[in-house]
Design a protein around this ligand. Structure first.
Ligand SMILES: N[C@@H](CCC(=O)N[C@@H](CS)C(=O)NCC(=O)O)C(=O)O
Length: 219
């Protein structure tokens, strides 16, 4: 088997989506910490691997892939013993990919648009529109879940890992009210029962929330 290296750090939601996928697949890998807060993603060495200077980054024996969504898809296609986590069936795959693009463009961006100004410029004031983006995204997520236990139906997939890693971190900015969002609340609790969830996601999400909770003032 080729040598897999994942670059990242636990507080990053997209890194945790990849950790969840790797653990679910039970694939051996090396985890190399890139401390964004120390600027380690901007070194010449890292930029040569990922000019977009983001984590997660996957190095599969010299094949470099970034963006968590692309990494999770690749990992299941290459290393999955079945296609359960990323079905090959076109219709199932299309529904799943919609959830991945939703995470990439809406859910995660609602978090990143607040956290990046804080981490790199110490901006602690957050315009109400940015909070509203999170609330809108929660509404969509609640709606997508419908009557299903997971985001695309009856079984867990990488859509749950990607959206779940983000959703479990967003309470750093807006808490998930169980009365308003009973489906998101139950879904996150369900993900919490996965044997690898605590190590791969819950600990990093808690750390992320502790770092940012009570930092922001809405203006
Ligand atoms: N869409 C990307 C987002 C990756 C991303 O924004 N990662 C953040 C950490 S959570 C990062 O690397 N920030 C450093 C930078 O953008 O310079 C993915 O899913 O991998």
């Amino acid at each position: 088997m080729s040598k897999l290296v994942l670059y990242g750090l636990d507080i990053s939601p997209p890194v945790r989506a990849c950790l969840l996928t790797l653990r679910a697949l039970d694939v051996p890998f090396e985890y190399k910490i890139v401390d964004l807060l120390k600027g380690e993603h901007r070194t010449e060495e890292f930029l040569q691997k990922n000019p977009q200077h983001t984590v997660p980054l996957l190095d599969d024996d010299g094949t470099l892939i970034w963006d968590s969504h692309a990494i999770c898809c690749y990992l299941v296609d290459k290393y999955g013993k079945s296609d359960d986590l990323y079905p090959k069936d076109l219709v199932k795959r299309a529904k799943l990919e919609q959830r991945l693009y939703f995470d990439a463009s809406v859910l995660f961006m609602s978090l990143r648009n607040i956290s990046v100004p804080y981490f790199y410029k110490k901006v602690t004031t957050v315009p109400q529109e940015k909070i509203d983006n999170i609330i809108d995204a929660y509404g969509h997520l609640e709606n997508f879940l419908g009557d299903s236990p997971y985001l695309t139906g009856d079984t867990v997939t990488i859509a749950d890992f990607c959206c779940g890693a983000t959703a479990s971190s967003l309470p750093a900015m807006v808490s998930i009210d169980p009365e308003k969002y009973p489906k998101i609340t139950a879904w996150l609790a369900r993900l919490g029962e996965l044997p690898y969830y605590k190590e791969a996601n819950a600990k990093g999400a808690e750390e992320y929330i502790a770092l940012l909770k009570d930092v922001f003032t809405i203006v």
